[in-house]
Write a protein that binds this ligand. Structure first.
Ligand SMILES: Cc1cc2nc3c(=O)[nH]c(=O)nc-3n(C[C@H](O)[C@H](O)[C@H](O)COP(=O)(O)OP(=O)(O)OC[C@H]3O[C@@H](n4cnc5c(N)ncnc54)[C@H](O)[C@@H]3O)c2cc1C
Length: 457
């Protein structure tokens, strides 16, 4: 027998949970179907555990500078303690998510969902049939593991959080944000870490100064970075995994992690049979209101391949609930999305890169590099960089790029100013707060250089 709903959400991650809760609060009858754990990637094996491990790894740097402030620290790291405490916190958050869904009356179904047709969803184990006015696909994305011999010996970020023991060494393949974040996590926890990437520098698509700054920061932490190379095969030898690289070198590692991208979760649950079209990158194609090619089926979050970030999925999920159940159609604005990379050093960035900005006219670039005050009593050589890119005519701020301590926190605030269309004069009007690193953003005098017609002058 089929049960009738207003909304059936597939996937209880960032986007699905927000849409389900809001729709139920607006009086809709809602079911959410999740095959793994409530909370999705971000809570269970993404942003949250990642940031906890980043905190764990940063103690190494703190202990190193502690001596320069007179502290003597004799520190030892215990991986099982970190994993167990992380598990406790994730379980607490998952329970909070469950409570947040149950309070407005969302029915949680722990099963795998399949779409039968435009208005019917089936559960795989429970064999329930749910008929519904709308379906929301919020199935996220999954790690891509290269199709090479021995791939089964490697892990992805999914497994990296729960390794039985910390390996003596690790090879991470991939130069995106997941790769560099895990490289600094493992290196900070004392693992000999190598990063291999087929490109010429980490973080493709980011501003060049951020890329170069991070490359130097990784190497300064003892991370071996190998460019223009990839992994061709893995084989097990005793406890180790021997990696064959594209340059002909073979080398053993305690663990191998692939951070070679994520692909939208679109397979095996009836999307195409229901007539939902995919876009050229294999993600669910949606309009500005997250509606798919089937008018009763919507999709939000990573499965749509727009911007794979938790706050974006949440915003998209909320907009669908507003559109469908509050008579308030909302198209999410995907311009000006700030991004953090919680590597060491940390990156925060918003707006156009210098290369992108030059296509908008002549620009002024304000740039400063200095040692963070925290390091000035020690011989730690890390440098921080703040970069402001403005239009020469009118001074509109096009981009802010920061690498160094608390970069992400600063960019979150800068995002408000950029969203309001702030100019250099607006930044200058703010009284500096001293001594901070962020004060540099409001005390730049003359441009460091100008780019006229694409040429630096
Ligand atoms: C290691 C890592 C670190 C990250 N760090 C950050 C960060 O610092 N900041 C940030 O903003 N973003 C970060 N992200 C990205 C962020 O986690 C995602 O953008 C976000 O979780 C996307 O939410 P979603 O709702 O689209 O999908 P998800 O949160 O992935 O949820 C999808 C859910 O659908 C379920 N599902 C799939 N198919 C079915 C089915 N057929 N039936 C039932 N259930 C199904 C899955 O089990 C999953 O729980 C990180 C991601 C990773 C992997």
């Amino acid at each position: 027998m089929s049960e009738a709903y207003d909304l059936v959400v597939i996937g209880a991650g960032s986007g699905g949970v927000r849409a389900a809760r809001m729709a139920a609060n607006y009086g809709a009858k809602v079911a959410i179907i999740e095959e793994y754990r409530i909370g999705g990637t971000c809570v269970i094996r993404g942003c949250v555990p990642k940031k906890l491990y980043v905190y764990a790894s940063r103690f190494k740097d703190s202990f190193e500078v502690a001596a320069s402030f007179g502290w003597q620290v004799d520190a030892h790291f215990d991986w099982p303690t970190l994993v167990a405490n992380k598990d406790k916190e994730i379980a607490r958050l998952e329970a909070a998510y469950v409570a947040g869904l149950e309070k407005p009356g969302v029915e949680i179904i722990r099963d795998r969902a399949e779409i039968v047709d435009a208005q019917t969803v089936r559960t795989v184990k429970g064999a329930r049939t749910l008929s519904t006015r709308y379906i929301l696909v919020a199935t996220g994305a999954k790690p891509v593991i290269p199709d090479i011999p021995g791939r089964e010996f490697g892990i992805s970020s999914n497994e990296a959080f729960d390794l039985k023991k910390l390996p003596h060494s690790i090879l991470i393949e991939g130069g995106g944000y997941v790769g560099v974040e895990f490289a600094t996590i493992f290196a900070g926890l004392g693992v000999h870490t190598t990063l291999v990437y087929r490109g010429t520098c980490v973080l493709r698509g980011f501003d060049e100064d951020l890329r170069q700054g991070l490359d130097m920061g990784l190497q300064a932490r003892g991370i071996r970075v190998i460019y223009e190379t990839d992994v061709r095969a893995l084989r097990k030898e005793g406890e180790d995994i021997v990696v064959s690289f594209s340059d002909g070198v073979d080398a053993p590692f305690g663990a191998v992690m692939f951070a070679t991208g994520r692909s939208p979760n679109v397979d095996g649950f009836g999307l195409e049979a229901a007539g939902v079209r995919l876009n050229p990158i294999g993600a669910v194609a949606v309009d500005a209101y997250s509606k798919t090619s089937v008018p009763s089926i919507y999709a939000v979050g990573d499965v749509t391949g727009r911007s794979a970030l938790t706050p974006v999925a949440i915003r998209e999920g909320a907009a669908v609930a507003e559109t469908l159940f509050n008579n308030n159609p909302i198209a999410v604005d995907h311009s000006l999305i700030g991004t953090a990379v919680f590597a060491e050093p940390e990156i925060g960035t918003i707006g156009l890169t210098e290369a992108e900005a030059t296509t908008h006219g002549d620009i002024d670039v304000y740039l400063t590099r200095f040692r963070p005050m925290m390091n000035t009593l020690s011989d730690k050589a890390d440098r921080m960089m703040l970069k402001l890119i403005t239009l020469k005519d009118g001074g509109k701020v096009l981009g802010v790029h920061i690498i160094g301590p608390s970069a992400a926190e600063m960019i979150q605030i800068a995002a408000i100013a950029l969203g309001m269309g702030a100019t250099k004069a607006d930044f200058d009007r703010a009284m500096a707060m001293h001594p901070t690193a962020a004060e540099e953003l409001v005390t730049f005098k003359a441009p460091t250089y100008r780019v006229r017609g694409g040429v630096r002058v």
